[in-house]
Design a protein around this ligand. Structure first.
Ligand code: C5P
Length: 230
């Protein structure tokens, strides 16, 4: 089966409080989106790549990626899951149901090449698919509903993981799972949760915790530091 790439980039990045969406902030004078896409495309054999964009996006034409003939773009949707689904629909004529599709956040430029290849190697042998994830290192507290909240309980973290991207699933199964969640108003914040809602349990592949999703302003300096050491 072939491997396809979807990089959702249709978010507006409200928490970043910047004048443009966070995927268009620059690190070392390159758009974050361009760094993310080249890390992926230069390190794995993708058959094609689809990037769902916000309808109001006017930065894309200035990106390196828009000039790269390996990359196609389409219109994204209201939530991340809508954007991923619209990318799958845009690829539907080219991809087979049993092909693999790898989904990675535009805002995660610090992906290590060996995490990417570990994920692809492990998931290729798995019946459902899987995701990069990192074991939780902080002690976790469950809060009560007070204001301010007090600790209700300390949670056992030994089996808790943070879900990262990339996440990799069969093309047809992922599309069906996302459609079913959207029809059932089931909240989906990643592809894995859509599969789980269909009763299909993905494999967790341990990835480096420094594969951070740029979310708040201080993440930019951290990402620049990590990228310098990749
Ligand atoms: O907002 P958050 O950090 O969870 O977004 C994760 C990724 O999903 C980002 O790359 C963002 O551009 C993308 N996204 C999208 N369509 C949306 C919302 C987010 O493609 N409607």
């Amino acid at each position: 089966p072939s491997l396809w790439l979807v990089v959702p980039a249709a978010g507006i990045g409200q928490r970043m409080k910047a004048e443009c969406p966070k995927q268009y902030l620059k690190i070392n004078n390159r758009f974050i989106l361009d760094i993310t896409l080249s890390r992926l495309l230069d390190n794995a054999p993708f058959k094609g790549c689809m990037v769902p964009l916000n309808p109001a996006d006017h930065w894309w034409p200035d990106s390196e990626s828009s000039q790269d003939d390996r990359i196609q773009s389409c219109t994204g949707g209201k939530e991340r899951a809508d954007s991923v689904l619209s990318a799958l629909h845009a690829l539907a004529e080219q991809a087979d149901e049993s092909d693999w599709v790898l989904v990675h956040d535009a805002a995660r430029p610090c992906l290590h090449a060996d995490d990417l290849s570990n994920l692809i190697d492990t998931v290729s042998e798995h019946p459902v698919g899987g995701l990069l994830a990192a074991p939780v290192s902080d002690t976790l507290k469950l809060a009560d509903d007070g204001a301010p909240p007090e600790v209700a309980q300390t949670v056992d973290r030994s089996r808790l993981w943070r879900a990262l991207t990339p996440q990799m699933f069969r093309f047809g199964a992922l599309r069906a799972a996302l459609e079913s969640c959207l029809e059932n108003n089931q909240p989906v914040t990643d592809e894995s949760s859509a599969m789980e809602f269909s009763g299909k349990m993905p494999v967790l592949v341990e990835g480096r915790p420094d594969n951070l999703k740029i979310t708040v302003p201080s993440d930019l300096a951290l990402a620049e530091f990590i990228l310098g050491r990749l």
